[in-house]
Design a protein around this ligand. Structure first.
Ligand code: SF4
Length: 326
Protein backbone atom coordinates (compact mmCIF):
# COMPACT_ATOMS: atom_id res chain seq x y z
CA UNK A 1 0.00 0.00 0.00
CA UNK A 2 1.33 3.48 -0.88
CA UNK A 3 1.01 4.68 2.73
CA UNK A 4 3.27 1.93 4.08
CA UNK A 5 6.98 2.55 4.75
CA UNK A 6 6.68 6.28 4.22
CA UNK A 7 7.38 9.01 6.75
CA UNK A 8 5.31 11.86 5.31
CA UNK A 9 2.96 12.70 8.24
CA UNK A 10 0.40 14.31 5.92
CA UNK A 11 0.01 11.17 3.80
CA UNK A 12 0.00 8.87 6.83
CA UNK A 13 -2.69 11.02 8.49
CA UNK A 14 -4.74 11.11 5.28
CA UNK A 15 -4.59 7.32 4.91
CA UNK A 16 -5.56 6.80 8.55
CA UNK A 17 -8.59 9.10 8.28
CA UNK A 18 -9.72 7.43 5.04
CA UNK A 19 -9.29 3.93 6.48
CA UNK A 20 -11.10 4.69 9.76
CA UNK A 21 -14.42 3.33 8.49
CA UNK A 22 -13.47 2.11 5.04
CA UNK A 23 -12.10 -1.10 3.59
CA UNK A 24 -8.55 -0.87 2.20
CA UNK A 25 -9.68 -1.76 -1.34
CA UNK A 26 -12.18 1.10 -1.45
CA UNK A 27 -9.95 3.53 0.48
CA UNK A 28 -6.98 3.11 -1.85
CA UNK A 29 -8.67 4.93 -4.75
CA UNK A 30 -9.66 7.82 -2.51
CA UNK A 31 -6.15 8.05 -1.08
CA UNK A 32 -4.71 8.25 -4.61
CA UNK A 33 -7.29 10.86 -5.68
CA UNK A 34 -6.59 13.03 -2.63
CA UNK A 35 -2.79 12.86 -2.82
CA UNK A 36 -2.91 13.62 -6.54
CA UNK A 37 -5.31 16.56 -6.16
CA UNK A 38 -3.75 17.86 -2.94
CA UNK A 39 -0.06 16.80 -2.84
CA UNK A 40 0.56 18.74 0.40
CA UNK A 41 -1.44 19.66 3.46
CA UNK A 42 -1.34 23.32 2.35
CA UNK A 43 -2.92 22.38 -0.99
CA UNK A 44 -5.72 20.69 0.96
CA UNK A 45 -6.09 23.73 3.25
CA UNK A 46 -6.37 26.07 0.24
CA UNK A 47 -9.08 24.02 -1.49
CA UNK A 48 -12.74 25.12 -1.36
CA UNK A 49 -14.79 22.91 0.94
CA UNK A 50 -17.12 21.83 -1.87
CA UNK A 51 -14.16 20.41 -3.78
CA UNK A 52 -13.06 18.36 -0.76
CA UNK A 53 -16.60 17.07 -0.17
CA UNK A 54 -16.96 16.23 -3.84
CA UNK A 55 -13.76 14.17 -3.79
CA UNK A 56 -14.93 12.38 -0.65
CA UNK A 57 -18.30 11.53 -2.19
CA UNK A 58 -19.16 7.84 -1.79
CA UNK A 59 -16.88 7.20 1.20
CA UNK A 60 -19.55 8.00 3.81
CA UNK A 61 -19.03 9.42 7.31
CA UNK A 62 -18.69 12.88 5.80
CA UNK A 63 -17.67 14.49 9.10
CA UNK A 64 -14.26 12.92 8.36
CA UNK A 65 -13.91 15.10 5.24
CA UNK A 66 -15.03 18.24 7.05
CA UNK A 67 -12.60 17.59 9.90
CA UNK A 68 -9.79 16.76 7.48
CA UNK A 69 -10.27 20.10 5.79
CA UNK A 70 -10.55 22.01 9.08
CA UNK A 71 -7.38 20.32 10.39
CA UNK A 72 -5.45 21.17 7.21
CA UNK A 73 -6.48 24.82 7.60
CA UNK A 74 -5.37 24.78 11.25
CA UNK A 75 -1.98 23.33 10.24
CA UNK A 76 -1.61 26.07 7.66
CA UNK A 77 -2.48 28.89 10.04
CA UNK A 78 -1.20 27.61 13.41
CA UNK A 79 1.83 25.56 12.33
CA UNK A 80 2.93 27.55 9.28
CA UNK A 81 1.91 24.68 7.02
CA UNK A 82 4.24 22.19 8.74
CA UNK A 83 2.59 19.04 10.08
CA UNK A 84 2.73 18.98 13.92
CA UNK A 85 5.33 16.57 15.28
CA UNK A 86 4.26 15.62 18.80
CA UNK A 87 1.55 13.20 19.90
CA UNK A 88 -0.33 15.98 21.75
CA UNK A 89 -0.19 18.50 18.91
CA UNK A 90 -1.34 15.86 16.41
CA UNK A 91 -4.19 14.85 18.73
CA UNK A 92 -5.26 18.49 18.99
CA UNK A 93 -6.22 18.44 15.28
CA UNK A 94 -9.93 18.15 14.49
CA UNK A 95 -11.10 14.58 13.92
CA UNK A 96 -7.94 13.03 15.37
CA UNK A 97 -8.24 10.68 18.33
CA UNK A 98 -5.84 8.43 20.25
CA UNK A 99 -5.53 5.93 17.44
CA UNK A 100 -4.71 8.35 14.62
CA UNK A 101 -2.33 10.47 16.69
CA UNK A 102 -0.45 7.35 17.81
CA UNK A 103 -0.26 6.10 14.21
CA UNK A 104 1.07 9.39 12.82
CA UNK A 105 3.44 9.93 15.78
CA UNK A 106 4.94 6.46 15.53
CA UNK A 107 4.97 5.93 11.74
CA UNK A 108 6.07 9.45 10.76
CA UNK A 109 8.28 10.41 13.71
CA UNK A 110 9.04 7.03 15.37
CA UNK A 111 7.64 8.31 18.67
CA UNK A 112 6.84 5.69 21.35
CA UNK A 113 3.04 5.48 21.13
CA UNK A 114 1.20 2.18 20.75
CA UNK A 115 -1.38 2.02 17.95
CA UNK A 116 -4.51 0.11 18.91
CA UNK A 117 -6.68 -0.73 15.91
CA UNK A 118 -9.07 -3.64 15.36
CA UNK A 119 -6.19 -5.98 14.57
CA UNK A 120 -4.36 -5.08 17.75
CA UNK A 121 -7.49 -5.50 19.89
CA UNK A 122 -7.94 -8.97 18.41
CA UNK A 123 -4.34 -10.10 18.88
CA UNK A 124 -4.14 -8.84 22.46
CA UNK A 125 -7.55 -10.18 23.49
CA UNK A 126 -6.55 -13.62 22.24
CA UNK A 127 -2.94 -13.69 23.43
CA UNK A 128 -4.02 -12.69 26.95
CA UNK A 129 -7.49 -14.27 26.80
CA UNK A 130 -9.27 -11.03 27.76
CA UNK A 131 -13.04 -10.95 27.39
CA UNK A 132 -13.66 -7.32 28.38
CA UNK A 133 -15.70 -5.83 25.48
CA UNK A 134 -13.31 -3.91 23.25
CA UNK A 135 -15.91 -1.18 22.59
CA UNK A 136 -16.55 -0.54 26.32
CA UNK A 137 -14.83 2.32 28.17
CA UNK A 138 -13.09 -0.17 30.45
CA UNK A 139 -12.02 -2.33 27.51
CA UNK A 140 -10.54 0.60 25.61
CA UNK A 141 -8.61 1.69 28.71
CA UNK A 142 -7.31 -1.82 29.52
CA UNK A 143 -6.21 -2.63 25.96
CA UNK A 144 -4.46 0.72 25.54
CA UNK A 145 -2.56 0.23 28.80
CA UNK A 146 -1.53 -3.28 27.77
CA UNK A 147 -0.47 -2.16 24.30
CA UNK A 148 1.63 0.66 25.76
CA UNK A 149 3.25 -1.74 28.19
CA UNK A 150 4.18 -4.16 25.42
CA UNK A 151 5.44 -1.50 22.98
CA UNK A 152 9.06 -1.76 21.94
CA UNK A 153 10.00 1.83 22.77
CA UNK A 154 13.16 1.69 20.67
CA UNK A 155 11.33 0.66 17.49
CA UNK A 156 7.73 1.83 17.91
CA UNK A 157 6.98 2.14 14.18
CA UNK A 158 8.24 -1.36 13.45
CA UNK A 159 6.49 -2.80 16.52
CA UNK A 160 3.16 -1.17 15.62
CA UNK A 161 3.35 -2.33 11.99
CA UNK A 162 4.28 -5.83 13.10
CA UNK A 163 1.38 -6.34 15.50
CA UNK A 164 -1.13 -4.84 13.06
CA UNK A 165 0.14 -7.02 10.20
CA UNK A 166 0.15 -10.07 12.45
CA UNK A 167 -3.51 -9.45 13.25
CA UNK A 168 -4.42 -8.83 9.60
CA UNK A 169 -2.57 -11.80 8.10
CA UNK A 170 -2.15 -14.38 10.86
CA UNK A 171 -4.44 -13.85 13.83
CA UNK A 172 -7.35 -13.16 11.47
CA UNK A 173 -11.00 -12.67 12.57
CA UNK A 174 -12.02 -15.89 10.80
CA UNK A 175 -9.75 -18.92 10.43
CA UNK A 176 -6.72 -17.64 12.36
CA UNK A 177 -3.62 -19.69 11.57
CA UNK A 178 -3.31 -21.09 15.10
CA UNK A 179 -1.82 -24.45 14.08
CA UNK A 180 1.27 -22.81 12.58
CA UNK A 181 1.35 -19.77 14.86
CA UNK A 182 4.74 -18.84 16.34
CA UNK A 183 2.94 -17.47 19.42
CA UNK A 184 0.85 -20.59 20.02
CA UNK A 185 2.77 -21.61 23.17
CA UNK A 186 2.11 -18.21 24.80
CA UNK A 187 -1.44 -17.75 23.51
CA UNK A 188 -3.89 -18.08 26.41
CA UNK A 189 -6.95 -18.14 24.14
CA UNK A 190 -5.47 -21.07 22.21
CA UNK A 191 -4.83 -22.93 25.44
CA UNK A 192 -8.32 -22.16 26.75
CA UNK A 193 -10.03 -22.88 23.40
CA UNK A 194 -11.63 -19.40 23.36
CA UNK A 195 -10.04 -18.10 20.15
CA UNK A 196 -13.35 -18.06 18.24
CA UNK A 197 -15.13 -16.08 20.97
CA UNK A 198 -12.56 -13.29 21.10
CA UNK A 199 -12.52 -10.35 20.94
CA UNK A 200 -15.85 -9.61 22.67
CA UNK A 201 -17.93 -6.65 21.51
CA UNK A 202 -20.97 -5.09 23.18
CA UNK A 203 -23.92 -5.07 20.82
CA UNK A 204 -25.85 -2.10 22.06
CA UNK A 205 -26.08 -0.06 18.89
CA UNK A 206 -29.63 1.23 18.35
CA UNK A 207 -30.72 1.43 14.75
CA UNK A 208 -32.95 4.35 13.84
CA UNK A 209 -35.32 4.18 10.85
CA UNK A 210 -35.78 7.38 8.83
CA UNK A 211 -38.26 8.02 6.03
CA UNK A 212 -37.10 10.48 3.39
CA UNK A 213 -39.18 11.84 0.54
CA UNK A 214 -37.10 13.60 -2.08
CA UNK A 215 -38.67 15.92 -4.64
CA UNK A 216 -36.86 16.53 -7.90
CA UNK A 217 -38.36 19.66 -9.38
CA UNK A 218 -37.66 19.79 -13.12
CA UNK A 219 -37.91 23.23 -14.65
CA UNK A 220 -36.81 23.10 -18.33
CA UNK A 221 -33.19 21.87 -18.10
CA UNK A 222 -32.87 22.83 -14.47
CA UNK A 223 -33.37 21.13 -11.11
CA UNK A 224 -33.40 22.52 -7.59
CA UNK A 225 -30.99 21.46 -4.88
CA UNK A 226 -30.15 22.57 -1.35
CA UNK A 227 -27.16 22.23 0.95
CA UNK A 228 -27.53 20.21 4.14
CA UNK A 229 -26.35 22.55 6.84
CA UNK A 230 -27.73 20.86 9.98
CA UNK A 231 -25.54 18.75 12.27
CA UNK A 232 -26.84 15.51 10.87
CA UNK A 233 -25.81 12.90 8.33
CA UNK A 234 -24.35 14.35 5.10
CA UNK A 235 -23.70 17.80 6.54
CA UNK A 236 -22.51 20.19 3.76
CA UNK A 237 -23.51 17.81 0.96
CA UNK A 238 -26.31 18.69 -1.48
CA UNK A 239 -29.71 17.09 -1.91
CA UNK A 240 -33.11 17.66 -3.49
CA UNK A 241 -36.04 19.19 -1.64
CA UNK A 242 -36.76 16.90 1.29
CA UNK A 243 -39.72 16.01 3.45
CA UNK A 244 -38.92 13.64 6.28
CA UNK A 245 -41.72 11.74 8.01
CA UNK A 246 -41.65 9.88 11.30
CA UNK A 247 -43.19 6.76 9.75
CA UNK A 248 -43.58 5.34 6.23
CA UNK A 249 -46.24 7.44 4.44
CA UNK A 250 -47.95 6.96 1.07
CA UNK A 251 -47.67 9.65 -1.65
CA UNK A 252 -51.23 10.93 -0.97
CA UNK A 253 -50.22 11.92 2.55
CA UNK A 254 -46.80 13.31 1.60
CA UNK A 255 -48.32 15.52 -1.11
CA UNK A 256 -50.58 17.10 1.54
CA UNK A 257 -47.52 18.59 3.25
CA UNK A 258 -48.29 22.29 3.82
CA UNK A 259 -44.81 23.61 2.94
CA UNK A 260 -44.78 21.57 -0.27
CA UNK A 261 -48.23 22.82 -1.28
CA UNK A 262 -47.09 26.38 -0.68
CA UNK A 263 -43.92 25.83 -2.73
CA UNK A 264 -45.43 24.19 -5.83
CA UNK A 265 -48.97 24.12 -7.14
CA UNK A 266 -48.66 23.75 -10.88
CA UNK A 267 -46.87 20.46 -11.59
CA UNK A 268 -47.06 17.09 -13.27
CA UNK A 269 -45.75 13.98 -11.55
CA UNK A 270 -43.24 12.46 -13.93
CA UNK A 271 -42.17 9.48 -11.86
CA UNK A 272 -42.25 8.02 -8.37
CA UNK A 273 -39.48 5.66 -7.32
CA UNK A 274 -40.76 3.77 -4.28
CA UNK A 275 -38.78 3.63 -1.04
CA UNK A 276 -35.51 1.75 -1.12
CA UNK A 277 -33.53 0.85 1.96
CA UNK A 278 -30.14 2.50 2.37
CA UNK A 279 -28.08 1.29 5.32
CA UNK A 280 -25.81 3.52 7.36
CA UNK A 281 -24.05 2.31 10.50
CA UNK A 282 -26.72 3.53 12.97
CA UNK A 283 -29.56 4.39 10.64
CA UNK A 284 -31.70 2.70 8.04
CA UNK A 285 -32.95 5.18 5.48
CA UNK A 286 -36.01 4.60 3.33
CA UNK A 287 -35.97 7.11 0.49
CA UNK A 288 -38.71 7.70 -2.04
CA UNK A 289 -38.00 9.91 -5.05
CA UNK A 290 -40.77 11.98 -6.67
CA UNK A 291 -39.86 13.64 -9.93
CA UNK A 292 -42.11 16.59 -10.77
CA UNK A 293 -42.20 18.73 -13.93
CA UNK A 294 -43.03 22.25 -12.84
CA UNK A 295 -44.37 25.09 -14.94
CA UNK A 296 -43.08 28.09 -13.01
CA UNK A 297 -39.77 28.82 -11.31
CA UNK A 298 -39.54 28.30 -7.55
CA UNK A 299 -38.60 30.80 -4.91
CA UNK A 300 -37.38 29.23 -1.70
CA UNK A 301 -34.76 30.37 0.79
CA UNK A 302 -32.61 27.21 0.67
CA UNK A 303 -33.24 25.88 -2.85
CA UNK A 304 -30.90 26.83 -5.72
CA UNK A 305 -31.66 26.32 -9.39
CA UNK A 306 -28.86 24.52 -11.25
CA UNK A 307 -28.54 22.91 -14.67
CA UNK A 308 -29.32 19.23 -14.43
CA UNK A 309 -26.08 18.47 -16.30
CA UNK A 310 -24.16 20.23 -13.52
CA UNK A 311 -25.43 17.96 -10.73
CA UNK A 312 -22.18 16.02 -10.81
CA UNK A 313 -20.25 19.12 -9.79
CA UNK A 314 -21.83 18.96 -6.35
CA UNK A 315 -21.05 16.65 -3.45
CA UNK A 316 -24.10 14.39 -3.17
CA UNK A 317 -24.92 11.56 -0.73
CA UNK A 318 -24.46 8.11 -2.24
CA UNK A 319 -28.19 7.45 -1.91
CA UNK A 320 -28.88 10.31 -4.37
CA UNK A 321 -26.02 9.33 -6.70
CA UNK A 322 -27.50 5.82 -6.87
CA UNK A 323 -30.88 7.25 -7.77
CA UNK A 324 -29.34 9.45 -10.49
CA UNK A 325 -27.40 6.50 -11.91
CA UNK A 326 -30.62 4.57 -12.29
S1 SF4 B 1 -2.45 -19.02 18.38
FE1 SF4 B 1 -4.12 -18.36 17.10
S2 SF4 B 1 -5.27 -16.95 18.36
FE2 SF4 B 1 -3.27 -17.21 19.32
S3 SF4 B 1 -2.05 -15.52 18.53
FE3 SF4 B 1 -1.70 -17.29 17.20
S4 SF4 B 1 -3.16 -17.05 15.52
FE4 SF4 B 1 -3.83 -15.69 17.19
Amino acid sequence: MPWRNISDPYKIWLSEIILQQTQVVQGLNYYLKFTETFPTVVDLANAPEDKVMRLWQGLGYYSRARNLHAAAKAIKSNHKGKFPNTYESIKALKGVGDYTSAAVASFAYNLPHAVVDGNVYRVLSRLFNIDTPINSTQGKKDFHLLADELLNKKQPALHNSAIMEFGALWCRPQNPKCEECPLQAQCLAFQNKTVAQLPVKDKKIKIKNRYLHYFIFNYKNYVYIQKRTEKDIWQNLYEFYLIETAAPEPAEIVFKDKALKKLVSNFKVKSVIPAKKHILSHQHLYATFYELDIKTELTHKTLSKIKRADLNNFGLPQLITKYLNQ
